[in-house]
Design a protein around this ligand. Sequence first.
Ligand code: CP
Ligand code: NVA
Length: 311
Amino acid sequence: MESLKGRDLLSLADLSASELNSLLELAAQLKKGEVQWRCNKVLGLLFSKASTRTRVSLTVAMYQLGGQVIDLLPNVIQVSRGEPLIDTARVLDRYLDVLAIRTFEQQDLETFAEYAKIPVINALTDREHPCQILADLLTSKECFGNLEGRTLTYVGDGNNVAHSLLLGCALAGMNVRVATPPKFEPNGEIVAQARQMAAGRTEVMITTDPVAAVTGSQVVYTDVWASMGQEASAGDRLPVFQPYQVNKELLAKAAPEAIVLHCLPAHRGEEITDEVMEGSRSRIWDQAENRLHAQKALLASILGNELSNFQ
Ligand code: CP
Ligand code: NVA
């Protein structure tokens, strides 16, 4: 099993295909209780945006590994009074063993990682959400046994989740399709990076046609139409995104064995109907649970040999 000891996870592009595979294997083993890890380390959470799943699952993961967590509420620490990130990073580095950051700009995360020698985990930025996609791939693997050659289609806004899905699926050997309204396509640099990672072996499709994208897919995925920080444009987006709703009619185009995923929180009746969320294809609650197992594997791998593995 490949270790990520001492490494940052700022983007899924930081991982090789075999490292991703090792993480998913370890997550599955931890979930089944086949391996146990014990550590005495401290994780810091520095979240500048709201979070339920990421905050709680990282905290519980660290507790279950035997470690401890400090919630560094941004309004309580001195960054709220203007202490520079590069100073905060160097100080936190001296106390913590690993730090998870949720913020707006990817650049702020990268600056933090540059100045803190401890491993830094991207717990969501405007550009990427790698921790989420580890859980999504774990969930898909549980449903289909293997990921190679399966097709995941994301329908909605070309946002952070879409970006990390593009990279994660390309790395996992899945075909990945992203259907967005015109002008809401994913970032071109990330699409190019995903195509490079797929290296012609798997499909990377960007389209404005949700029906063409979903047709024959094994995984149908959506996320909110307006992400955190985009609330002001939420109303204007509603009519533009309406044709991209994941509903019974769109899902009927997917493969017969298709599952539905959503990173949550969902705006029921907007990007996804109640019927689909609660329907037989939905694996959304397993997906949410898998945040815990995937991140436990990530923390265990990053903390590496410091942990004792009691198999
Ligand atoms: N999916 C996800 O990251 O959820 P939270 O924003 O609640 O952490
Ligand atoms: N795209 C969403 C994901 C939330 C987990 C956001 O950034 O708000």
